[in-house]
Design a protein around this ligand. Structure first.
Ligand SMILES: Cc1ncc(COP(=O)(O)O)c(C=O)c1O
Length: 417
């Protein structure tokens, strides 16, 4: 087997790391070390940024929070769009839902096949989720199934960019436009991905990102809402900070405003200065993280392409900022054994996702046909994907999968070059 399309070599002094960033303080995993699903990069650049921010002594939302929002906007190439940072994507989705007035009596059409954060953000407002199927190609909400679930109670659609693959947002926006609905885009997995040359976040209705512990970039915990409407910004600021009307500008100057009014029910989900500083340091490295993850996804794809036993996503990763690497086990009855086999070899795996329609809390939620969801929740396995990986680690994962299915290990000719 030959690995093709690999533009990177292990660089001198990189300890066998593949891709960019040989100067980073990344220790490759030892051959006997367990390979985790995630391994966020928290090197000296990140420590320095946190230490510098601590030295300033302004810990709460402040100048750095603002700088982080600006840097996010710049990274996404936003024009006439606004970034409001939060302490998680869950809260970003929650305040975006409040912004559009979600509440009791409303319905939001959402994929069952996503992390429960999205569903919880919706039901916290008192609105109900209506479960919709996903499409097989990208495991994102199927625009063809959305329309049949719309009722007079429908207020919004939740669209998710699964593992970094952009969903078919244009079709969803079109449906939403025809029925007067809003679209909450859960782009927790897709910071840095593009669709037809447009960065995710630059063309949606309300887009929410995650900067959680294991995401493409991390602020330890964090998130953001992107809105195209300037008038949303003030409301989001109030929602994010206890309904207070007028202290954001002062805080963005590391000051406090002691005269303010409280104008609505708000929450407390702003992004503090230390997380923002960490996010700024991470943003400096994001191109490297994305390039490397793409390289590793292609390495996996090339190594699995001859297996009938697993289904891969039909992408060359060129526009995708891959958050996780997922295969679908063709025979769902073998997924558990594959995961155990890999675990015995020291390779951790994950399952994204379980399907929220099976959760007790959502047992009564209205739902459409979920046949694709029912199938894929039994098939998906998440393999390790890190911002920096060495060849030995990738080969251990690949060989674990290949040997489980009775195939040969990866040949020497597969060495990326
Ligand atoms: C699809 C999806 N949406 C939302 C979230 C929640 O993000 P956060 O942890 O920042 O709240 C996650 C977390 O992994 C996720 O996978």
């Amino acid at each position: 087997m030959t690995i093709v399309g690999n533009p990177f070599r292990p660089a001198a002094g990189s300890h066998g790391l593949l891709g960019r960033g040989p100067g980073r303080a990344v220790q490759p995993l030892r051959p006997d070390e367990r390979i985790p699903v995630y391994r966020p990069y928290l090197g000296p650049e990140v420590e320095r940024a946190a230490a510098d921010a601590l030295a300033v002594g302004w810990l709460g939302m402040g100048r750095l929070s603002r700088q982080f929002e600006e840097a996010v906007g710049e990274r996404l190439g936003l024009v006439d769009r606004h970034v409001v940072s939060t302490n998680s994507c869950t809260e970003a989705l929650h305040i975006a839902g409040r912004l559009i007035g979600l509440g009791p009596g409303d319905e939001v059409i959402a994929p069952s096949f996503t992390y429960v954060a999205g569903h919880q953000a919706i039901t916290r407002t008192g609105a109900e989720v209506v479960f919709c199927d996903v499409e097989p190609a990208n495991l994102s909400i199927d625009p063809a199934r959305v329309e049949e679930l719309i009722t007079p109670r429908t207020k919004a659609i939740l669209a998710v960019d699964y593992l970094g693959l952009p969903c078919r947002l244009d079709e969803i926006l079109d449906i939403a436009g025809r029925y007067g609905l809003r679209v909450l885009e859960d782009a927790a997995h897709a910071f840095g991905s593009e669709s037809r040359g447009r960065p995710v976040g630059s063309y949606g209705d309300l887009t929410c990102f995650s900067f959680g512990p294991v995401k493409m970039i991390t602020t330890l915990e964090g998130g953001a809402v992107v809105t195209p409407h300037e008038q949303d910004v003030q409301v989001l600021h109030e929602l994010r900070h206890l309904g207070v009307d007028s202290d954001t500008d002062a805080r963005y100057r590391n000051q406090r405003n002691w005269e303010f009014d409280v104008v609505r029910q708000g929450y407390r989900c702003h992004l503090g200065s230390i997380p923002a500083a960490i996010g700024l340091a991470q943003l400096e490295m994001i191109d490297e993280f994305i390039d490397n993850r793409r390289l590793y996804c292609r390495f996996y794809d090339d190594a699995f392409r001859d297996l009938d036993d697993v289904q891969l996503f039909d992408t060359d990763w060129a526009d995708v900022a891959p958050y996780i690497y997922v295969v679908r086990v063709t025979d769902p009855g073998r997924r558990h054994d594959l995961m155990r086999h890999l675990s015995d070899l020291g390779v951790a795996t994950g399952v994204h996702f379980l399907g929220a329609h099976g959760f007790t809390f959502y047992a009564d939620a209205r739902r459409g046909d979920l046949s694709v969801t029912e199938r894929v929740i039994e098939q998906v396995v998440t393999l390790p994907l890190h911002p920096y990986m060495d060849e030995g680690t990738l080969r251990r994962v690949v060989d674990g999968v290949r040997t489980f299915f009775g195939r040969d290990r990866l040949g020497q000719e597969a060495t990326p070059r």
